[in-house]
Design a protein around this ligand. Structure first.
Ligand code: SAM
Length: 267
């Protein structure tokens, strides 16, 4: 860490907790303790976040290789570790990551030092203009607006108002032919599960309150975007994993989706 680092190792951060749950090393003791408490409440979490990360890798390959996007703009990226988007897309793809947590941003700059075509900025996913109106980002894009956008594992951290604003702004901003890979962390049977509520309380205390909502509410919030012909696909189908990776008690809380749905929203 730089001498004048803003990283505060005495407080847990959602991004570093996520890194620990993924098996990463960019975290402090305080994050590991918080993550262990989450695992006690929700033992399936490491498997659920791993599945979500596999789905993120799938969509990065789909966007860059099969759909031909050479610019991917990712919001609420968390730490750009070696299983993130820029590691799975073809060389030369421009990847613009962002996160609103200055701790994550500082760590990300260390991780990405010297990596070509990959950038990381501080920005709020609820206010996508914060990123897109930055001079540096406009220079990187050089006027390109037919791009791939990504919101993965972040919907739960955004209010209805933030999501609606983001959807409307991005629809106006993006050129026709753009695509938005969107993860609806939709409410599952366990939404009212005491452990889910305790986990929500913990995130709130860390300054990252979470919202549990239904797929239908997500659909309303992301208007006017609509999914392509595949519609919203459950995580289990998206990555093609077997439901048996989760125990029956995991599934009671997590639901039969594996933790949410993904869709390619089209402009
Ligand atoms: C669960 S991680 C998801 C990381 C990554 N998108 C993925 O799918 O692996 C959530 C990240 O979202 C960030 N975050 C939460 N709310 C945000 C917001 N309103 N704007 C930007 N980042 C946000 C947190 O700082 C954290 O790094």
């Amino acid at each position: 860490m730089p001498q004048e680092s803003i990283v505060d190792a005495s407080r847990p951060s959602a991004g570093r907790i996520y890194d620990y749950l993924l098996g990463g090393h960019h975290n402090f003791e305080v994050d590991r303790q918080a993550a262990e408490r989450i695992k006690e409440m929700l033992p399936f979490m490491p498997k659920a976040v791993r599945l979500s990360r596999w789905c993120l890798q799938d969509l990065a390959v789909e966007l860059a290789e099969r759909r031909g996007y050479d610019v991917i703009i990712d919001y609420a990226s968390g730490l750009p570790t070696n299983d993130h988007i820029h590691h799975v897309v073809p060389e030369g793809t421009t990847v613009i990551y962002s996160d609103y947590d200055p701790v994550v941003v500082e760590y990300a700059h260390e991780i990405l030092a010297g990596v070509p075509n990959v950038y990381f900025f501080e920005a709020n996913a609820g206010r996508p203009e914060e990123l897109l109106e930055r001079r540096e980002v406009q220079e990187i894009l050089g006027g390109r607006r037919k791009v791939a956008l990504v919101y993965w594992a972040v919907g739960m951290f955004l209010t209805d108002e933030d999501l609606s604003h983001a959807a409307q702004y991005l629809y106006e901003w993006a050129a026709p032919g753009s695509c938005w890979a969107f993860n609806a962390q939709a409410a599952v049977p366990g939404t009212h599960d005491p452990a889910m509520l305790r986990a929500a309380k913990m995130y709130e205390q860390m300054g990252s309150p979470v919202q549990y909502r239904s797929l239908e509410t997500y659909r309303q919030n992301i208007r006017p975007w609509l999914p392509d012909e595949n519609g919203f696909v459950s995580f289990l189908e998206w990555h093609g994993v077997d439901l048996s990776i989760f125990s029956p008690s995991d599934l009671r809380v997590l639901g039969r989706t594996g933790g949410g749905y993904g869709a390619y929203l089209v402009r």
